[in-house]
Design a protein around this ligand. Structure first.
Ligand code: DUC
Ligand code: ZN
Ligand code: ZN
Ligand code: ZN
Length: 491
């Protein structure tokens, strides 16, 4: 057939093994992986000597073209085309986006996202966001799992009065997930307390972006994380905590895993590599771009979360890519509560994790593949179609040059956002080639993506309940406690 590529002489990396080998791609699928593959003249050859050949990144957490926090003017600025193009330029070849119900209906929400995703230029999957609870939602969850290829549902313990659900309803949701073989996910912050914290800041006259961080400290993330973990333990069903941003929340996950509970913790790249100092920038436009929930934390948290990733306490890295441009962020110029929540990351994640964790020697290259790709494919039940360089796997592959460098700027990124929270970052390791579905789409700093070429990846329900999750060692935790608690300092 027509689309054959041979990647020669690179170090092929999977989550548990690396070796110098060739990778032969035929018609979108990896046909062979072994040293010294011989091919005819008609096959395109890429020389990968001295470079790493790895499964393309899978971002477990994105929000493309999402209406959020009220009005349509706060719809996220990246759609399924621009967001995915950005992803491909940064070495991510698949993502899982959160479907938002339409008027509370999961089926209408699913339909709307099928429409939005027609622009796709890489494969994608869906989680379903649960924004309220009743019998219809419960019935529709069953349809999503049995017919639509969704095996994960996210519940909000924050955003009071908008999408927050109480414990009674969370328990219903957990039971339903368990009966369907689906994975329950939670946004873990105590929404009632956040509401109180916000009121307090406004009363104190703190209306700027720093009020966002001060109003919802790590304590509230830890409380909700602990509560969700215990309720999932009570129902005896696995739980996935999205965007783990603080030491405090991470420790709750570590404790539960130590006791053998099936809990997955997902840090996001902003939480790993940034700190909250940007939120205190006197320039509103700069400060506002860092506003996301849970907030980016004080110095110390990111380092501890990286340590937790390196020890397996947290299992995979996402982004929560949710971009708003500065005119949208300016919606909250007089009141931080109105700043649309979200930061970029879909294009930067692979580079930043390489730079801060692999180039610095904190994790191995095989661990890099595990936390950026393989673990996500395993957790959402699409391994080894995705997340591996094995015969029969989809040919979603990146070639990374460890001796080259990358540079981040809103002037050169591929997102439609006019800002970048990693502005000016220069780091080691560069994704020089991205192959998606067997086609080279990123090479020589040039994107050649095909609108509409991405496919929907159905994620089947689980017939096992994460037997494989290992118990974590928590003995190191006390040594990681460090960050300044600015909220306490305010009182
Ligand atoms: N947090 C964000 O920052 N954006 C999207 C949703 C969320 O929980
Ligand atoms: Zn829209
Ligand atoms: Zn969230
Ligand atoms: Zn999110």
């Amino acid at each position: 057939s027509s689309r054959r590529i041979l990647i020669k002489g690179g170090t092929v990396v999977n989550a548990h093994h690396q070796e110098v080998a060739d990778v032969y791609i035929d018609d979108g699928i990896i046909a062979d992986v072994k040293p010294n593959i011989k091919v005819g003249d008609e096959v395109a050859v890429i020389d990968a000597t001295g470079k790493f050949v790895m499964p393309g990144g899978i971002d477990p957490h994105t929000h493309l073209e999402m209406e959020f926090m009220g009005t349509d003017s706060t719809e996220t600025i990246d759609d399924f085309f621009s967001g995915q193009a950005a992803a491909l330029a940064g070495g991510t070849t698949m993502h899982i986006d959160f479907v938002m119900p339409v008027n509370g209906s999961l089926s209408l929400g699913f339909k709307a996202y099928v429409e939005k995703a027609k622009k796709s230029c890489m494969d994608y999957g869906f989680h379903m966001t649960i924004t309220k609870w009743d019998d219809t939602v419960a019935r529709e969850m069953e349809i999503m799992v049995k017919e639509k290829g969704i095996n994960s549902f996210k519940f909000f313990l924050a955003y009071k009065g908008i999408v927050m659900i109480n414990d009674e309803l969370l328990l219903e949701g957990l039971k339903k997930c368990k009966s369907l073989g689906a994975l329950a996910m939670v946004h873990a912050e105590n929404g009632d307390a956040v509401f109180e914290g916000q009121k307090r800041m406004i009363e104190l006259g703190i209306t700027g972006p720093e009020g966002h961080a001060l109003s919802r400290p790590p304590l509230l993330e830890a409380e909700a994380t602990a509560r969700a973990i215990r309720l999932a333990g009570f129902i005896n069903t696995p739980l996935y905590i999205v965007h783990v941003m603080s030491i405090d929340a991470m420790e709750e996950i570590a404790k539960a895993r130590k006791l053998g509970q099936r809990v997955v913790g997902e840090p996001v790249v902003s939480g790993l590599v940034l700190n909250d100092s940007g939120l205190w920038d006197p320039d509103f436009n700069i400060a506002a771009k860092f506003v996301m929930s849970p907030p980016i934390r004080a110095p110390g948290h990111g380092r501890a979360l990286q340590a937790a990733v390196s020890m397996g306490v947290l299992q995979l890295v996402g982004t929560d890519h949710c971009t708003f441009n500065s005119t949208q962020k300016a919606f909250g110029i007089d009141d931080f509560r109105k700043i649309p929540n979200g930061v970029n990351g879909i294009e930067e994640r692979m580079h930043l994790v390489w730079d801060t964790m692999v180039a610095s020697g904190k994790i191995s290259v095989t661990d890099y593949v595990r936390i950026t790709s393989t673990e996500c494919a395993r957790i959402f039940n699409i391994y080894p179609k995705k997340g591996a360089i094995l015969p029969g796997s989809d040919a979603d592959i990146i070639i990374l040059n460890p001796n080259s460098s990358f540079q981040i700027s809103s002037n050169s990124h591929h997102s439609r956002s006019d800002t970048n929270v990693y502005e000016g970052w220069i780091g080691k390791g560069k994704v020089e080639i991205t192959i998606v579905g067997g086609r080279i789409v990123w090479e020589n700093n040039e994107l050649k993506v095909n609108l509409g070429s991405g496919k929907y990846i159905k994620m089947p329900p689980f017939n096992y309940l994460f037997d494989g999750i290992e118990k974590a060692d928590v003995s190191y935790i006390s040594s990681l406690r460090a960050p300044v608690n600015r909220f306490k300092a305010m009182q």
